[in-house]
Design a protein around this ligand. Structure first.
Ligand code: ZN
Length: 261
């Protein structure tokens, strides 16, 4: 059994910017999927914004264990129906890895429930990434610190909910710091946000970055069966209470009535 992984790419800058197209001729999503697929426990394919249903039909998502998401220029073009579909699959147990400018992706904001805003500066500055949770599975084989010579700066405050775990923190040459590798759990789904990956730099060709993504896919994979009843809200009849009870006091709802949504 391999971890069925889909790398979703917005796939715009690769076709509109010569630098990005030169670094990633087949798209960033393909570079990432190829790096993941070199490991026999992962089978990675790609999906893009331009495909019908953005390549994320219900049938495909039902067969996806982990979804990676890179978007930037046109988050608003992602249909709300697909966003809801992805969020529900996360609740059911699909892993979600959100990359770089995906912090503003609709589905990430939907699952975080906060603005997910941050400071930024595009100056090709040095980023030093510190592994601050060295025992974490996502940090396996990753050094105590490593450098990306050219990256976009992201700075705090990053307005996300307090994470479950902080795996990486970045320092930038201009002085800012940023929580670069954060985890959350939503329903049965594991979520990892990983900061590096500005499209005009060769970040996704970096072997250490690729190792983080491989580790993250393995960590995010929930091998249990999908938690299909995650949205159910049953009104349990009095006579089905586990211990016998007598109904008493005033009530609003009729027996058997569905709750309000
Ligand atoms: Zn960027």
């Amino acid at each position: 059994m391999t971890i069925r992984t889909v790398v979703w790419g917005e796939n715009i800058h690769e076709h509109t910017n010569a630098v990005v197209g030169g670094l990633y001729p087949q798209g960033m999503h393909t570079t990432i999927a190829d790096a993941l697929s070199r490991h026999p426990d992962i089978s990675a394919s790609t999906a893009t914004l331009q495909e019908p249903e953005h390549g994320l039909s219900q049938a495909r998502l039902d067969e996806t264990d982990v979804l990676l998401w890179w978007g930037h220029k046109d988050h608003g073009a992602v249909s709300d129906a697909v966003v809801e579909r992805v969020a529900k699959r996360v609740y059911e147990g699909m892993g979600l890895i959100v990359l770089h400018s995906g912090h503003f992706a609709k589905v990430f904001k939907r699952l975080m429930g906060t603005p997910c805003a941050l400071k930024w500066r595009e100056a090709g500055e040095r980023e030093r990434i510190w592994t601050v949770n060295p025992g974490h599975p996502i940090a396996a084989g990753i050094p105590e610190q490593f450098v990306l010579e050219n990256e976009e700066m992201y700075g705090e405050f990053f307005s996300v909910p307090e994470p479950l775990e902080t795996v990486f923190i970045s320092w930038f040459a201009g002085g800012e710091v940023f929580r670069s590798g954060l985890t959350w759990r939503r329903g049965a789904g594991n979520i990892f946000y990983f900061r590096p990956g500005h499209e005009t730099y060769p970040t996704y060709h970096n072997p250490t970055i690729q190792q983080v993504l491989i580790n993250a896919v393995r960590w995010a994979h929930n091998p249990q069966a999908a938690l299909k009843n995650v949205e159910d809200a049953p009104n349990v009849p009095v006579e089905q209470a586990l211990e016998p009870i007598t109904e008493r006091g005033p009530k609003l709802h009729a027996a058997g009535e569905a709750g309000y949504r």
